[in-house]
Design a protein around this ligand. Sequence first.
Ligand code: FAD
Ligand code: NAP
Length: 448
Amino acid sequence: MNSFSRLFIRSLSSLSAPPKICIVGSGPAGFYAAQHLLKHTPEAKIDVYEKLPVPFGLVRFGVAPDHPEVKNVINTFTKTAQHPNVTFIGNVKLGVDVKLKELQEAYHVVLLAYGADKNRKLNVPGEELSNVIPARRIVGWYNGIPEDKDLKIDLKKSTVVIFGQGNVAIDVARILLTPIDVLKRTDMTQHAIEALSESQINEIYLIGRRGPLQAAFTIKELREILKLPNCKTTWNLDDFVGVKDVICNLARPRRRLTELMLKSLSESDLNQKNKVFKPIFFRSPLKINKNNVVLGVNKLINNRAVLTDTKEIINCDLIITSIGYKSDQVDSDIPFDEENGVAKNIDGKINEGLFTTGWLGTGPSGVILTTMSNSFGVAERISSEINSTRLKNKAGSDYILGLLKMRNVKVIFWEDWVKIDRYEQDEGKKLGKPREKVVDFNKILEII
Ligand code: FAD
Ligand code: NAP
């Protein structure tokens, strides 16, 4: 065979090689990207790697247990996972069990969708005290993230201060204020239900550094907390000076949210309620002590919080920081923007064959729908690039699964998840709830 015919045969076989795509992370970003890739590049083989033994990212481990309707997206993700061209490869951590370079050797495209599973820090003295807990870990504790199952959180105290006024802060406040009989019927972990049954928390401050017009929570979430049966909301009237005057200039969602706050401000609640929720604006933490927090009063200059000389103290027992999540560079070969905590990218592309989507690429904000549209966009870009490229054959999961076997990594496949899912639902039924999440890896090994 001369060199021309060798070249001809090679290019023929390369033309027939299906694109092999690896997605790292099985949250909304990963699953929506896979769904869209299947649509635009139907011959692609897609492997979804996940560090946890179970899929779905923050849909399983972030979304509040009393919001079951939000988790319905799992049905769509399940359909994608069951597609014959998609393989779920769980319990494999990028940067630890497998390196980015190895994935790039095995696949034509690597799409990083590993989210943001660290939390930002306030960087004030006292943040390291044992009664200061990031909201991210409390969410993990009640939602069953294995590494948060043993979180020490003393709920036999009365007053909680939460720093940050985003929807995560509201979620945590609502969960701590909701009657236990309601929580018992959700998929909240049993260890959290038991601890919350004995909770003595009756007062929660939600502290924001800017004003009511900049509050990060949204209307639906505020409305829910205002409607809690056993809890009244009280506001600091001084925080609302001048707000009424500007309301007509606000965009609709902000206007409606502000109207709701103003309405709640003027409502007097005559019912007997044993708990109180206290949103407070224009305050920044200066120092955290064991039994109190020292706050600096802010004024707003060009939409930014600027400290004045005035200070205040709030006595409290438990302090929760909820000022945003953060990604990290899990593999030194990922070009990473430390300052903004995202993988460096332009419209999802990092460099040749390497892409990112979801919170890792955009930063940790936005709801599932926002993540979906980002993933669809990045997937379309990937499809248009690979559909117009001649691809050489690559080994895909054959190579990576071989490496993982050599490294004694116990891989969890979709069939294993199906067994875990069934087990969790059966255990849940016994307790009158949708599922009881398995939080112990040894138990998972027993089930599969
Ligand atoms: P994630 O959902 O975090 O998925 C990333 C996945 O990557 C995870 O499964 C993670 O385990 C995996 N991973 C991480 N590191 C590695 C690694 N090294 N190797 C392999 N895999 C790895 N939005 C709504 O619309 N409604 C809500 O009610 C709602 N509630 C929320 C509650 C909380 C507490 C939070 C934090 C967010 C909430 N959101 C909600 C927002 C929503 O969850 C996000 O928009 C979405 O999950 C972001 O998707 P993602 O795939 O980028 O990240
Ligand atoms: P977020 O919405 O960005 O809110 C972060 C909060 O922390 C803001 O109030 C912010 O104030 C404050 N903050 C940041 N740095 C601070 C500092 N150094 N000192 C004091 N305060 C500081 O983040 P999140 O609550 O983590 O939510 C992340 C995303 O998930 C959001 O898009 C959210 O809507 C979404 N989510 C949705 C739901 C839902 O739909 N039910 C539930 C949970 C989460 P500034 O505004 O002043 O920066």
